[in-house]
Design a protein around this ligand. Structure first.
Ligand SMILES: Cc1cc2nc3c(=O)[nH]c(=O)nc-3n(C[C@H](O)[C@H](O)[C@H](O)COP(=O)(O)O)c2cc1C
Length: 176
């Protein structure tokens, strides 16, 4: 195969891949109505980054929002999910479940997210690293390590449970 043919081959493969991953249209609030019509389980919207969108999620009647981004790969320079968490939780946390992911790597990360108002945290890449290195056991090891570290962090902070009465934003504020 000559250079030009290789180039054409590669660019055909790249454009086929791109059209599968990025089909060329965006989802909209109308899609939620379609989901609600055909699915009677809970719906959680992933990638919520603003109070306005979180309020819209309440208005449309979903059960949760996941404050998150796309792993930060494609919108380098976008807002950090953690910076958006507290205001979103404050605005809608009593109306639906506010979940969080993006960069959770250890127990202290979980504690911070819960204290800022998240009901629970999810992890993305760490479990994949565990999977690559140790299969099912590797995933289990990653999860157990984060849980163990969470417990340790709670104990070291004098917090006896993840109940919101003890673990809330006040715990993050430094003394004057
Ligand atoms: C390779 C890769 C592809 C991803 N693709 C998407 C995506 O298409 N849509 C999306 O909402 N999030 C996407 N994410 C983000 C994850 O769903 C998840 O929010 C993120 O990985 C959590 O952060 P963490 O990996 O730091 O734990 C992707 C993440 C990775 C690593």
């Amino acid at each position: 195969m000559h250079g030009k043919e290789v180039h054409e081959d590669l660019s055909t493969a790249a454009s086929e891949w791109a059209s599968m991953v990025f089909p060329g249209y965006s989802h909209s609030w109308e899609d939620i109505k379609f989901l609600q019509k055909h699915w009677d389980g809970p719906i959680v919207l992933k990638g919520i980054q603003t109070v306005a969108d979180a309020e819209k999620a309440v208005e449309i009647g979903v059960q949760g929002v996941l404050v998150s981004n796309h792993g930060g790969r494609q919108t380098d320079g976008g807002v950090a999910s953690l910076n958006q968490l507290a205001k979103i939780a404050e605005a809608v946390g009593d109306k639906l479940d506010v979940l969080f992911d993006s960069g959770i790597r250890c127990g202290a990360d979980v504690v911070k997210a819960l204290a800022l108002g998240a009901k629970m945290c999810l992890i993305g890449r760490p479990y994949v690293y565990g999977l690559a290195l140790g299969g099912e056991e590797g995933v289990s090891h990653v999860l157990m390590s984060i849980l163990g570290d969470l417990e340790l962090t709670l104990h070291l902070s004098g917090i006896s449970s993840i109940d919101k009465k003890e673990l809330n934003k006040d715990r993050l504020e430094k003394d004057e």
